[in-house]
Design a protein around this ligand. Structure first.
Ligand code: ARG
Length: 459
């Protein structure tokens, strides 16, 4: 049978494969709440502008709420023949209220309808991601507070560089996630204009009020160009771009947790709740959640590239290619939300191994820079020369199989005669971190001040 929505000029229905490639109801049913909100706002506006009667608008508004509750309770008869959520909802509305249902689509097209639905959905995701990001920030802040002054090795090239504090390392991620929140907030602000009323592409001859529907749906106003309104998917791309950067941060943290929980590092112990065992190796305690976070990130990057690729060759305005915007975005959003929740739980429950952190910090000549700085400060050596002297001392310690603090004063003086016993004060890791008091530095005093600052911002 020909389609009920456009059957007028069609004698035959679609091929089964055509139906399969064309239908989006399998995934866009997730837009039901947004679709119904958009339609209710549209119907109320049509009545307020005298385009349909108040009685019809009321029947439509009530009928749509019935449809929504059917969908929510799982009683809704979704039909692939009806292609997408928009036609499924409208068709059911006609079954429920009859003729007035046919007036809902006045001065509207599925092109502006889907644009508004999807925008509302992505906007809502920005809000949800923000809440999830804050929860993860709080988990990290909790860790930072517990170990504000615990000393651990700081790395460059994954080689021991200088001692830092556990609190400082945790707070580094809190900063990154704050920038992520800023990116989602910016994207949300830019996407918060309504495409509804652009109709198919050119606007409409009906005397509609786009400001009214925009306001009813919580937008800051209507989009200014009808062609742009139905063509634009920047809002989803900005969400995916922000999601990708955020995901990259999560993946770096996940990578650190995988390394840190290994038997070679033992910096952290994951709680039982966030670990898995092995079916063959009884000693195993695997950080699967961290690994899966690291891996799920691929889907989010993939979605970003996929939608960029879908959009890049499309002439204005709508092309059916754009139906491929949704599955990718849904999957990326789901993956991000799951990764954020898992990371927040895992971080909150893990235990840092203070003693292991400290002994790791004390090895690998981690205070070599402190020694060089001492030579500059106390003996007035130029930094380059101090660097050279320290390098020779490291080589000496290496040849004796010991660390810098284990060298004797005589060893030291064999490399530079001016070295005094008080040099040993700066070779301890606690002293090293305590001395890094520059703004943003790793000194516990700095870290505690920053923790206090975050506690005021995060709720
Ligand atoms: N299911 C479609 C989509 O997701 C809705 C818009 C269809 N518009 C059209 N002119 N065929 O993009």
């Amino acid at each position: 049978n020909a389609n009920t929505m456009w059957g007028g000029r069609f004698a035959a229905g679609p091929d089964a494969i055509m139906e399969a490639i064309n239908a989006s109801i399998g995934f866009d049913r997730r837009l039901a709440p947004q679709d119904i909100a958009g339609s209710r706002a549209h119907a109320a506006m049509l009545a307020a502008c005298g385009i349909i009667s108040d009685t019809d608008a009321e029947a439509i508004g009530k009928g749509l709420l019935t449809v929504l509750s059917e969908i929510e309770t799982g009683d809704f008869p979704f039909s692939t023949a009806l292609e997408d959520i928009h036609m499924n909802v409208e068709s059911r509305l006609r079954e429920l209220i009859g003729e007035p249902a046919g007036r809902l689509h006045t001065a509207r097209s599925r092109n502006d309808q889907v644009a508004v639905d999807f925008r509302l959905w992505v906007r809502d995701q920005c809000d949800q991601v923000d809440v999830a990001l804050e929860a993860l920030q709080l988990s990290l802040l909790g860790q930072a507070e517990a170990g504000a002054d615990w000393v651990m090795p700081g790395f460059t090239h994954l080689q021991t560089a200088q001692p830092v504090t556990w609190g400082h390392h945790m707070l580094a991620y809190v900063e990154m996630l704050a920038r992520d929140r800023g990116r989602f907030a910016d994207a949300r602000k830019r996407m918060n204009l309504s495409p509804l009323g652009a109709a198919a592409l050119a606007g409409t001859s009906f005397p509609i009020n786009r400001h009214m529907t925009a306001e009813a749906l919580g937008f800051d106003g209507p989009m200014a160009n009808s062609l742009d309104a139905v063509s634009d998917r920047d809002f989803a791309l900005e969400f995916l771009a922000a999601a990708s950067i955020c995901a990259m941060h999560l993946s770096r943290l996940a990578e650190e947790l995988v390394i840190w929980s290994s038997a070679q590092f033992r910096f952290v112990k994951m709680s039982d709740k966030w670990s898995t065992g092995s079916s063959i190796m009884p000693q195993k305690r695997n950080p699967d959640a961290a690994e899966l976070i690291r891996a799920k990130i691929g889907r989010i990057f993939g979605a970003n590239v996929a939608l960029m690729t879908v959009m890049k060759g499309l002439p204005l305005t709508y092309s059916k290619d754009m139906q491929e915007d949704k599955e990718q975005t849904f999957d990326a959003a789901d993956s991000l939300m799951l990764a954020l929740a898992a990371m927040a739980g895992m971080v909150a429950d893990m235990t840092a191994n203070r003693d292991v952190l400290k002994s790791a910090a004390s090895s690998g000549f981690s205070t070599a820079t402190d020694l060089a700085d001492w030579l500059v400060r106390e003996l007035g050596l130029p930094f380059r020369e101090a660097h050279h002297v320290t390098g020779s001392l490291v080589a000496l310690a290496e040849s004796k199989g010991c660390d810098l603090p284990d060298l004797t004063l005589a060893d030291m003086q064999s490399v530079h005669a001016g070295i005094r016993p008080d040099v040993f004060d700066v070779l301890g890791v606690e002293n090293s971190v305590a001395s890094r008091t520059s703004y943003g530095g790793t000194a516990p005093a700095q870290v505690r001040a920053r923790i206090a600052g975050w506690k005021e911002v995060l709720t």
